[in-house]
Design a protein around this ligand. Structure first.
Ligand code: RB5
Length: 144
């Protein structure tokens, strides 16, 4: 199960991403927001991230205006490793090396088609483990 959420700045892109990924067969749980009224992105980041740390969802996608606020908020939640990506290479590497469980996108920054490629790349990658696991363990230690 893939969790997805946005604020008003990411609302339009989130809807396009949901449509695209559902067509590709992904099962998606949409945590809102559900219209263009202004909301606070940390509230949405929190519910999406908690759905991941609780085990309800495996990964999440968060969209705000820049993707930056969502990534800052998401990375405050213990067990979450979130990356804001604006290119396909970073999307690939952040799964392989950082084992990110949340991808953040900027609805006012990244075009629809590029966002689709970023999502699909990130969702199609696996964590490489090995030396990268040692580094993830060190990140986890920072949470203590
Ligand atoms: C909302 O105006 C905007 O600040 C938000 O979507 C996001 O870009 C924050 O990082």
């Amino acid at each position: 199960m893939l969790a997805i959420g946005c604020d008003h700045g990411g609302f339009e892109l989130k809807n396009h991403i949901i449509g695209y990924l559902k067509e590709k067969g992904f099962e998606i749980k949409d945590f809102g927001t559900y219209d263009e009224n202004s909301v606070d992105y940390p509230d949405i980041a929190e519910v999406v991230c908690r759905s991941i740390t609780s085990g309800e969802c495996e990964r999440g996608i968060l969209v705000c205006g820049t993707g930056i606020g969502m990534s800052i908020a998401a990375n405050k939640v213990k067990g979450i490793r979130a990356a804001m990506c604006t290119d396909v290479y970073s999307a690939k590497m952040t799964k392989q090396h950082n084992n990110t469980n949340v991808l953040c996108l900027g609805g006012r920054v990244t075009g629809r088609e590029l966002a689709f490629m970023i999502c699909e790349t990130w969702l199609g990658e696996e964590f490489l483990g090995g030396r990268h696991q040692n580094r993830i363990d060190k990140i986890s230690n920072l949470e203590k």
